[in-house]
Design a protein. Sequence first.
Length: 297
Amino acid sequence: MTVSALQCLPSAVDAAARLAKRLGLSIHKIKVHRFPDKELRVTVGAATEITIVFGSLYQPNEKLLALLFASEALRRNGAKRLVLVTPYLCYMRQDAAFHESEAISQNVIGRLLAGSFDRIVTVDAHLHRTDNIGDVFPGIEANDLSAAPAIAEALRAGIDRQTFVVGPDEESRSWVSDLAARLGLDHAVARKCRRDDRSVEIAFPEPALLANRPALLVDDIVSSGATVAACAKALQSAGVTAIDAVITHALFPTELVGTLFAAGVRSIKSTDSVPHPTNAIALDSVLAETLRKECGE
């Protein structure tokens, strides 16, 4: 089977173009028309036997429908294998019913996408209570890639060797330790107590270890900014000399950048999994590496 084009949602053209260039593919922007009643009409490009579809699922509700409609059209037009590349995968945080009668959105979205695609490729999915990305997508191939190689490559040249890599909670330990190992730096994780979506308390078990050293604060998803702000304040209390933040998925509103700076963060860098003014780290090299077999390389 052959693949000769990468098709993308309108919101993902820039990132998709960088990936297509690495893979030597042409790119086609899927057309999404909104009727006055907000229903959608989706028009795809010419299908190939293996078709890669690119769309990051931030602000996801309309995008999910567009992907499902695109997959129907591509299958009908001859696609035998559909690969969805979604650097940010939505609805993964609700992976359990935390309160009585809550829906588990991870289960629903997993089954929905597995019914339309043959392979899902994403980056740093929020799988804190799920052992494997394959458990989310029954019966198909799925890959949860790490942003750590791209982040390490972007930071390695200019980072202070005394920097402590820190995470906001125990759930961040795996990617904090991974990034620290790649950079050859020490690391630590905080204890977090979340009061609600916008209120958290952060404390470091051994704050004396952080004193008089710069800190690199690492988080996978930032939406309200409350955790980053609380962590920055805890780091300042511990006596760090500077705080830089690196984020895989920057979901927070642009106006919160100033709030985080005011909380003591010196700089913020995010990957391009979600378009954001803080984007400084491209993921196309990480994505291209795992997609080369789809292109016959």
